[in-house]
Structure formats: C-alpha cells, structure tokens
Design a protein. Structure first.
Lengths: 512, 315
C-alpha cells in the first residue's frame, strides 16, 4: 500500500493526527528524565509575544512556554485545560470558567482569575496589536467573583468563541502585568521556561518543574534556527542535531532509507490552494476560473511537486472535523473542457496571458507552478512564472494584492470560522484575492451566530460547495508534516497536539 | 606621519558615511516590505498600517534618514523590525566576533599555505614543484567556496566525523570547541585567498630575485636563508601586502556564503536574512560594520607599508 493510499484511507476519512514511521522502541521503553535536546528549527522566531505573533515559527517554540485556558481532544471537542471546568449559558452569552488551583507561572506566582482577566483584556485591547483580538469583539464584560472563577459575558452570540480559546493565540494565560516583557522574555505556565534567545540563531528553553501537568522529561530544549534545509539535514546526519522539522519532500525517502535516523510524519500539517485575483479582468468570470481548475491534475501535481507527501482534497476543512464536506470532488484534468470554457468566456487559443507568482520560500510551490504552467500552455494560455522571495510575495500578493494567479498554503485551521471567515468573507483578514461573494458573506456571518454544532457544520459545508462551484480558489491538497530525528529521541508521537499545534516537547525524552 | 594618518582617518569616515547613506536609500527602493515579511500569515491591512506608524516607516524617507543618522551618531543603530525590539547593536555584537574569528583564522590559514608555497614556487622556478604549486593555486582560485565547504562537510564531518559541521562555539567555551567549529569554514574561505597570495608572492619574489643586490648578497657569501628572509622577502612584500588588503574583501564576501553553509550566525548571515526580510536597520548596521572592516583594513595596509619599507616611512 502506498503511503498516500494509506493516508487517504486511514487518516483523511477516519482518524485525526496520525503519526507513522516511528521506530518501535518509542512506544515500548520507559521514559527517563534528563538531557538537552538540540532541535534544528526551520525558521527564525520573531516577536515572542504570544498575543502579537502570528507566525507559525514563533508559535512552534512558544507552544512549550504557554498554555491555554481550554484545549481540544483528538475529536476536536473543547475540553478543560487551565480551567478545570467551564459552562455556557443556554442563550450562549455567558461563559463561566472554574480555574485549576494548582497552576504556577514561571515567575513563581499562582494563576488566579485576575491573570485570566488580564490576558483576555490585553488580547482584546487594540493597543496590544494582538493577532486574534477579534475573538473578543463580542465580549462585554469579564468578571472575577473569586480567585478561581471567571465569568465572561458576550453582547451577542459568537459561536466559535470557546473553540478559539483552545489555542494559545487567544486562549493563552499570562501573569498579570507581564505585558511589557512578553515580546522579549515570555512568561507563561507551560512545561518549559524561556531562558534566552539569540535573535536569528537560537532559543533556549528549560524544564519548569512546577508545571501543573507534571514536569517534562527533558532538562532543556535548544532550538537552533537553521533555515537552509540542506544544512539542517547535515546537522542531523552528523549527530549535532537531535531532530529537525520540515524535511524537503524530495529528501524524505533518503532519510527514511537511513537506518540510523527516524522519520516521523503526521497528517495534515497544512493545505495548499491556487489563488486567482478576482480583480484581474479574466478571473472575474467564473468560467475562466473553472477552466483553470480543469487544467490541473491534482494527483499528478501532488506527486510531481510534493513527492506524494500528502493527500488531495476538495475541502480545506480539517479532515476529521464535522465541517469537512465529503461530497465535494475535485475537477479532473480535462483540456477540452478547459478550452471550451475559455472560448465561452471569449478567450480563444493563445488569447489569454497570465503571470504566475510563486514564492521561493516554499520550493515545492515553484515546482508546482512550473508543472501547472505547462498545463496552462497545453490549454492554449500563455503563462509565465515569476519567482518571489517570501517578503516580496507578502508585499506584492498579500499586502498590495498585485498578482494574477498564485498559490499559498495555510496551516490547517480546525476551527472553521477562523478558516472560512478569514479567507473567503469579503471582510476577512486573509482575503488577499479580493473575493466578494454575497452568499459566502451571508453564510459565514450566519455561522458565527449559529450555536448548534451540526447546523453550523452544515453551513460551512455549503460555503465549501460555493467555493468549489464558483471556483473561488482551487483547493489542492493537505500536506504531511515531517520530522527527522536520531533514534534516541523518544515520545515523538506526542509532539503534535490534537489542535494541530506542534512541536510540543512535554512528553519527549532522550534515551541513553 | 601624524597628519597623514589623520587625513586617512577622516577620509575613511567619509567613505563609511557615503556607503551607509547609499545603502539606506537603496534598501528602501528595493521592492518588498518589512512589515509584510514580519506579519507573514497573520495580520490584515489595518495591523500593517498600525505597525508602520509604530516603527516610523510611514514618515518621509528624509525624515527617516535624519532620525537614523542622528541615532547612529549616538551609537544607537535602531531595533530590528523583523525580530521586534531586538537592538541592532546587540545583533551585531553577537555576529561580529564570529565573522572576525572566521576571517582571521582563514587569514592565518591562507598565509600559512601561501608563504611557503609562493617561496617554493619562486625559488624552484620552472621545475615540477613550481608547476604543481601553480596548478594547485589555480585550482584553489577556481573552486567556489560554497562547493569546497560542502565537500569539507561531507568528508570531515559526515563521513570521518572528526569535526562538527554546523554552528559556532565562542572562545570562552575553550580553544578546541572554538577551533573545531571554525577550521572547516576557515579552510573553505581561506583557500582562494591563499591561492591569490601565493601567486603574488611568486611573481613578486621572481622580480626581486633578479635584482642586482641579490647577486651582491650572494657574492657576500650570505646563506640562501639569509638572502630569502633578510633581503628578498621584505622587498617582495610591498605588492603582496597591497593585494592582501584588497583581497580581504574576498574573506568577507566568502563569509557571507560560507556562514550560511555552516549555520554560523555571523555578519554574513545577518546580512542575508536582513535583506530577505527587508529588515532595514539590521542591514544598515551590518553594512556599516562591513564597510568599517574594509576601510580600516586598507588603512592598516597603508600604515604597514611604512613598517616594512623604511623608504616609504621617510617620505
């Protein structure tokens, strides 16, 4: 059975995060404490303030420093975390959290309701510049009747409110008054204390013995920031690094074939899609967008650009979430249909020219774009590629919306509001394609005030149908996450949290 | 001599100012946006505007320049935009010792190879030794440093496992950790440098060895060693030192590439990442330091002429 088939049959349809490729002792041996794990981190950390940072790179490290008020289980149900219980009033407007009494911050202070109030108000305050501030838009008051009780009252129903608190971005609890230092020396109540950072070089974390969930096994984690994949691989090979994240797809087979190393993969890490600028004249016509969809063979593209490290999908919803629309099927490659649609839209052979902007930050995007370019040409479209550095892509495509066709990936957002409202609502913060579809706007707004989970999931399924039928974007695939590690690194099956966040070192340990 | 030094010093400062100013404006005309790079996959247009205001990037270029220049005179190079609130001087203070360690070790290695090679080649002119040395020098000069770096990693780090392949250890960790991390990158950078110097020493020595005073020295009955080190080499060194000064540039540009291959966070990596992230203050700071190294290494070379050749000192 090929890995992709395995993924499709097992993971995409049935289970959540699946880890495979683990050496057997990882499960069998008894964990031991001690040791410093050296991790070759693929990206550099930026602003270390959990509220202000929005990048995956920083979140990946801060994961271990912070904890959120609630979290999710593997079926994506919201469950207690720093709050040992929570209640929602029947009208969906009042949330009452009972806090755990045994939570200590890294500065030695016990966590109380005042810290929760401080954290949420800080996130809500526009002056903070929090990425997830809008989670608290509907919040009218945060009351603290006693040290361990927090009562939050909303002015209007906000269905995704609780789920959004299950991630550190909005749900993180920081000690009261620590706002000023969070950006440089973050203080939380997670399993590891922040020790130091040498900007652009490394971050050092140290075990926090009073962690409420029990102390971690590792004494220290040192995250060496090595952005060059080949250098990371070299460090792993020579044994200078215990583990590395993000192995380039074309090198995975090589590491898997090395008996001295282990590869851990999970599904999904993120998903990719092809974007049309809806302000570019030809792409205002849904027929042209559909024609482009018919030009792309998604399976072949996944194989060609990603070496099969993922699974194709027509829905960007988290594969195990209730909102995943299983009825949607990707359009097959069909050049005749594509040409016919282009002709209907008034573009004969060779009459349409497009520039595909792809970023070198994701080398597989460049490869995918090159493959697609050939298909576009086969369908009679004049296509050229423009390769952009990450900052140029962000500046041109994300900020200035100056592109015709591009592609991007997003981390798998298991919370559908975050996903569909941000990306496809006209007002969405991540709507860089200038999409404006009244039906999508209406449905994504309606979902926000729909409390019944099933009804809400159904609304998002409708949204996906519109995205697909109108070809607002072309959803391609979910991509696997991969880690390469020395055989001595154990407990890697716990490194990905059910909410998709990684890399969590709480239950990771070193053998020998 | 004192007034000459003063003139050279002032000249050097002017050159550095010109470079810094040029870089300031050039960076801002390069397409790309530091805020976009920083906010990456998070943050809508409103946050981007707010961030620009916070960082003063919404002001006119000349106002930004005036503020930057004034702060620079006070020793404040600003804060990194990308790694919010980290002072550029702190980033540079971490990076400079690494690049200097790397460059100086590369320099020592280069001289250790070039001096004997050049002398051997010149004294055994047109022999098999000379041809071999010339061939090796040619090879060293033609080999890209990043390729040599990868080759060294494969052989000495990956296969033999004698030396580490990545990272840097400060001298405070002990001599061996420091040396073992730097030796491979230093060889990678120093090879081309040694080839240039060896060829220069050879041709310069050949000129000197033909001179009349060499025959006189031999006629006086001096030993070949005394002739070489007492008379020939000092006279041959003037052009060599000029080349060394200019070729020091090679070490720095080599460091930019090689630091990336060996994951050493020196000036080179600071520069590359700064440019990719459009982190203006960091790039400006790094360029300022690099230009200072250039200008002052040339100044030192000029002053060295006087030490080596008394005739220059007297004039």
């Amino acid at each position: 059975m090929k890995r992709r088939d395995f993924l499709k049959s097992t993971t995409a349809l049935m289970g959540g995060t699946v880890l495979y490729g683990l050496a057997t002792p990882a499960f069998a041996a008894t964990p031991v404490s001690g040791g410093t794990l050296i991790w070759g981190h693929s990206e550099t950390t930026q602003n270390l303030d959990m509220h202000q940072t929005g990048t995956a790179s920083t979140g990946r490290v801060l994961q271990n420093v912070h904890d959120s008020i609630v979290t999710v289980d593997k079926d994506l149900n919201v469950i207690p975390n720093l709050a040992e219980s929570f209640e929602q009033s029947a009208d969906g407007l009042v949330y009452t959290f009972k806090l755990r009494p045994d939570v200590t911050f890294h500065n030695g202070k016990k966590m109380t309701s005042a810290d929760v109030k401080f954290s949420f108000e800080r996130c809500k305050d526009p002056a903070t510049g929090a990425v997830n501030f809008e989670v608290f838009n509907a919040v009218e008051s945060i009351e603290t009747p006693d040290d361990l009780t927090v009562v939050i009252t909303l002015g209007s129903v906000n269905a995704p409110f609780l789920s959004r608190l299950a991630e550190n971005g909005a749900g993180v609890i920081m000690p009261e008054g620590s706002g000023d230092v969070q950006g440089t020396t973050p203080i939380g109540c997670g399993p590891f204390k922040f020790v130091r950072r040498e900007f652009g070089n490394e971050v050092e974390l140290e075990r926090f013995d009073e962690y409420w969930g029990g102390p971690a096994y590792l004494d220290k984690v040192i995250a060496r920031e090595i952005t060059e994949p080949t250098v990371r691989l070299t460090g792993l090979r020579t044994g200078e690094l215990h583990m590395i994240n993000d192995i380039p797809a074309d090198r995975i087979a090589e590491i898997e074939g090395d008996p001295d190393l282990q590869v851990v993969s999970w599904f999904p890490l993120n998903w990719d899609f092809v974007n049309f600028n809806h302000d570019f004249e030809p792409f205002k016509n849904p027929k042209v967008r559909e024609a482009f969809d018919y030009m792309i063979d998604k399976e072949a593209l996944l194989e060609g650009a990603l070496w099969g490290q993922g699974a194709v999908t027509a829905s960007p919803s988290y594969p195990t979430s209730a909102s995943y629309n299983h009825d949607l099927k990707q359009r097959p490659q069909d050049f005749d249909k594509a040409k016919a649609l282009l002709a209907e839209a008034g573009y004969g052979e060779g009459e349409l020219s497009v520039v595909f902007k792809a970023t070198t930050n994701y080398p597989y995007h460049i490869e995918a774009a090159q493959i697609m370019l050939e298909w576009f040409r086969m369908a009679g479209v004049n296509a050229t590629i423009e390769q952009l550095t990450w900052s140029d892509w962000l500046s041109q495509c994300w900020v200035d919306k100056d592109f015709q066709i591009t592609m991007m990936n997003f981390f798998t957002l298991w919370e559908p509001d975050f996903l569909y409202y941000s990306l496809w609502n006209t007002e969405g913060a991540f709507n860089y394609r200038k999409i404006s579809n009244p039906m999508v706007d209406e449905l994504t707004a309606k979902a926000r005030v729909t409390v019944d989970p099933q009804a809400r999931a159904d609304i998002y399924k409708q949204v996906q149908t519109i995205i697909h039928d109108e070809t607002l974007d072309v959803i391609l695939w979910f991509r696997n996450g991969t880690i390469g590690a020395q055989p001595s690194v154990m407990g890697l099956d716990t490194i990905v949290h059910p909410n998709g966040s990684n890399l969590n070192f709480h239950r990771v340990w070193l053998q020998g | 001599m004192a007034s000459y030094m003063l003139r050279r010093f002032i000249g050097s400062i002017i050159v550095m100012w010109a470079v810094a100013t040029l870089v300031f404006f050039m960076l801002r005309f390069v397409p790309g946006d530091p805020i976009a790079a920083m906010l990456a996959d998070a943050g809508g247009p409103d946050e981007i505007e707010a961030m620009k205001r916070n960082l003063g990037l919404d002001r006119s270029l000349f106002v930004q320049y005036a503020i930057w220049f004034q702060n620079m005179l006070h020793g404040d190079l600003g804060n990194s935009i990308y790694g919010s609130r980290v002072a550029v001087t702190a980033v540079l203070a971490e990076a400079i010792p690494r690049t200097l360690s790397l460059s100086l070790l590369a320099f020592v290695i280069a001289l250790a190879i070039a001096l004997p090679a050049g002398i051997l080649s010149a004294t055994r002119r047109n022999t098999a030794t000379d041809t071999t040395v010339s061939l090796l020098a040619f090879l060293g000069l033609s080999m890209p440093d990043f390729w040599l770096a990868i080759l060294l990693i494969i052989v000495f780090a990956a296969n033999l496992q004698w030396l580490p392949a990545i990272g840097y250890a400060p001298l405070s960790d002990g001599f061996w950790p420091w040396f073992s991390h730097l030796i491979l990158p230093s060889i990678a950078i120093g090879t081309a440098f040694s080839a240039i110097i060896a060829r220069m020493i050879r041709s310069s020595l050949l000129e000197v060895l033909k001179a009349d005073y060499m025959r006189t020295a031999r006629a006086k009955g001096l030993t070949p060693w005394m002739i070489m080190f007492g008379h020939a080499l000092p006279n041959a060194m003037i052009p060599v030192i000029t080349v060394i000064g200019i070729a020091f540039a090679l070490l720095i540009s080599g460091a930019v590439v090689v630091e990336n291959v060996f994951a050493i966070k020196g000036l080179g990596r600071v520069l590359i990442e700064g440019i990719l992230n459009r982190d203006y203050p960091v790039v400006q700071g790094a360029v300022l330091v690099v230009s200072a190294i250039f200008v002052f290494s040339n100044l030192i070379v000029d002053l060295l002429y006087g030490v080596i050749d008394p005739r220059i000192r007297l004039n």
